[in-house]
Design a protein around this ligand. Structure first.
Ligand code: LP5
Ligand code: MN
Length: 253
């Protein structure tokens, strides 16, 4: 028997989904694009779901880079207007903590969430856990998601955390150049197993940076999948409204 979804949105509500923005102090135009999203289309929504990698790297809520104020203030202003903003951690920003959530008014999602969109049970995840052919990444993930490791990392000075994160980005880039595209994509069996376990008719995820919309057969039933686009060259979102989901290109500012 399927669990009751944590949230249920009627077809009359507008619900938005974004992921993989990779906001970075070195890419101010995308920070502007995100602020424009918060001050524009997001205001028309009842809820916004951020499905991971909002930040290029998040090294702790005490990061004092003033650029983050521009991002966090925009989110705070949106939630102050009554839009429910949900944050799911990705592989770049799993260190987002309670301080940032309190400041912005966002609520934290689990790594796997099922919501009701109209009469469709919709599973939300970042997407990295479905990349089961990437054993090196999954081992890395297990390590950095352990509370002990996180406590140790967060206790280090900011400058040292910045250096470690930059080193990991380099190591990850080197590792990825030795992996095939298929190995870094979602594993079909993992996706089907999750759909079966969670009894869903729809999946929305990001992480792979391969936006698309396709259909899967799971035990004879059709499951619809949407993969969110990244924000490397332009903003992008999925909008659910009136029983329909559409992909919307937000452009740049
Ligand atoms: O992010 P993306 O899409 O480029 O690549 C991911 C996987 N890489 C990662 C690593 C991050 O990019 C590194 C930055 C994270 C910063 C987090 C905040 C700071 C905390 C510091 C944490 C130590 O997620 C990549 C996948 C790819 O997606 C596709 O799915 O392939 O995975 C890797 O490249 C991982 C490597 O295969 C193995 C790890 C290399 C690093 C080894 C150092 C081990 C040190 C352990 C520290 C405790
Ligand atoms: Mn990711």
């Amino acid at each position: 028997m399927a669990d009751t979804p944590r949230a249920q949105w009627s077809d009359a509500a507008t619900v938005l989904f974004i992921a993989d923005l990779h906001l970075d102090p070195g890419r101010p135009r995308m920070i502007d694009a995100f602020r424009a999203f918060c001050a524009g289309p997001a205001r028309t929504a009842r809820a916004v779901y951020i499905l991971g990698d909002l930040f290029e790297v998040w090294i702790g809520d005490d990061d004092d880079n003033p650029v983050w104020d521009r991002v966090l203030d925009a989110i705070g202003a949106l939630s102050a207007r009554g839009v429910a903003i949900h944050f799911m951690p990705g592989n770049r920003d799993f260190l987002v903590g309670d301080r940032l959530l309190a400041r912005t008014g966002m609520s934290r999602l689990d790594d796997i969430e099922v919501i009701g969109l109209g009469d469709r049970r919709t599973l939300l995840c970042h997407g990295d856990t479905l990349c089961t052919d990437d054993g090196a990444y999954q081992a890395f993930r297990n390590q950095v998601r352990s509370p002990e490791w996180q406590q140790d990392f967060l206790a280090r000075p900011l400058a040292e955390r910045r250096r470690i994160a930059a080193g990991l980005r380099g190591d990850s880039g080197d590792a990825m150049s030795g992996k095939s595209a298929g190995q870094m994509d979602v594993n079909a069996n993992a996706l089907r197993a999750l759909c079966r376990e969670q009894v869903v008719d729809r999946v929305i995820h990001g992480h792979t940076h391969r936006p698309g919309h396709d259909r899967w057969t799971v035990d004879g039933k059709t499951v619809e999948r949407w993969v969110l686009a990244d924000w490397f060259t332009a903003g992008s979102m999925l909008r659910a409204h009136g029983g329909v989901i559409e992909s919307v290109d937000l452009g740049t500012t």
